[in-house]
Design a binder for this molecule. Sequence first.
Ligand SMILES: C[S@@+](CC[C@H](N)C(=O)[O-])C[C@H]1O[C@@H](n2cnc3c(N)ncnc32)[C@H](O)[C@@H]1O
Length: 561
Amino acid sequence: MDEYHKKEFAIMDYLHIVSLELRKQLGQYATPIEIVRYIVKSVEYIPSKSILQKRLIDPACGSGAFLGEACRVYLNALKKAAIPISEWYPMIISAICGIDIDPKACFFARLNLAMLLAPPILEFISKNTIAKLKPLPIHCADTLHLLASRRKSIPLFYDRISIPLEDQFDFVVGNPPYYKIKNLEQNIKNTFTESIYGHPNAYALFIHAGIEMLRTHGRLGFIVPRSMLSGLYFKNLREFIEKKTAIKEIVNISDRKNIFDGVLHGTMILSLKRGKQNDEKINISLVKTLEDIRDQHRAVIVDRNEVVQQLNGTTVWFVADSLDVYNILSKIIKGSPLLSGNQINYRAKTGQIVWNRVKPLLSTQKEPDTLPLVWATDVGKFSFSFNRMGIARPCFLKSNSKTKQLIVKGLCILVQRVTADEQPSRIIACIPEELCKKEHDGYFVENHLNIIQPTNESNTIDLYFILGILNSDVVDFFFRTMNGNTQVSATELNLLPIPTGKSDDKIAEIAKEIQVVEEAKRKKLFTELNVLVAKAYGLNMNELRFIKNHLNERKYDNSGD
Ligand SMILES: C[S@@+](CC[C@H](N)C(=O)[O-])C[C@H]1O[C@@H](n2cnc3c(N)ncnc32)[C@H](O)[C@@H]1O
């Protein structure tokens, strides 16, 4: 009996022993107990009388990590309410339920809960002469199909147990699977159409499904990738969440290496409440490690409008842990037009050469029918070195009928597409001027780079001005709060505010100089550039100092540009 009141109940986990293939296919990663406990608490599932008549579900329950914690809390609530043990079992099985697509995971979840609940089960049996004990409510099914088919009343062959899902739960908790869904079936598409944009990720559909499962004022708590904060493919999901729920809490977890076994994932805890609220406030915090999650950490309470920002008809969620950051972000956003807007008229797009699709056309030497191929490794912050990797990477590509339409012509800015939070800069950009000028027939750009060019030839805004803005500390600061993953997507670049009309010429001049001067002189010029850019955004020197300190606080590794 003492087991119930222990702070932690250690479950037997099955997810860490599954094959790598299944793991990837079904997104099977065990959730650390610190996160499980935090989420359960953050949706206010606490040992009080109020939860006794309420229902909780984990729609992707794995071995039952969340269900075990929820049971522990529920048992404590039963004990506090002085309900006789013989009555506990029927109450628990109508209050807590789980679904998983993997029968082995369901088996382990049942085993874990059966161990945790053994005393109330025995007590129940001894006091009630029943022929058959009702089973633990762990259902083996595809949650997304279950919801989709219930809506259309199509019976599922494996859905032997009836589990109505829509508007049925007060709490939805868990760690939904993360994987791209390649072939979307029509009934799933129809059910989740409101939140789908492009190729959906399973976790986005689980968030949608979770919201549908909630009763009004019900609470959802998931750990999900941070890519949903700004990614284009999640724009409809963000809108769906904004429309249907109040965002209660976001905990940004900066440790990407040690949360899930063997994968690098930028994650966050997202806590929602079904139904809209006036004067919505969001609790935001940034934590570095699992220990920080366990301990009490500092949170800031922010107006929803500061977090959810409208940029060019789409919303992006900005996550930062201080009101000073939000004040600066507001100034940057409100004062300047966007890169792709009709005042600036520039457009970022992704490099189109996916090297392994054109392998036979690659070459390490220039030949009459080849053009240079620029790789991400050639691009540094204000520096460009064609073929930096030498023969390790073929730097020419045949121009033929297949590749011709992928040629880039004229001057451009190249921006690295994959940079991590730990790196000194998230935006690493340069203008490969010599290459652009020498190669009249054009050049190819590999897929790990973005290309920025003016949308029309008569554009009078200097490319070097844009380069100076992009490589500045202010933009790096802005981008870090806007972007939650390791991608620097063309969409996000297109949404960057560009402060034109103040010191454009001077900024362009300095950016051009930084690209050519020797290393020793760069630092001074870079400082000058940062001051000019900050002023152009309407920021004062205290705010620039704040930005610098904020950037310096991040732990850099040496894998930067
Ligand atoms: C990230 S794991 C989380 C497991 C568990 N909640 C935990 O925290 O340890 C995701 C789980 O979702 C399950 N899953 C994947 N696709 C599913 C689907 N369509 N319907 C139901 N479960 C699914 C996987 O089998 C896996 O157990």
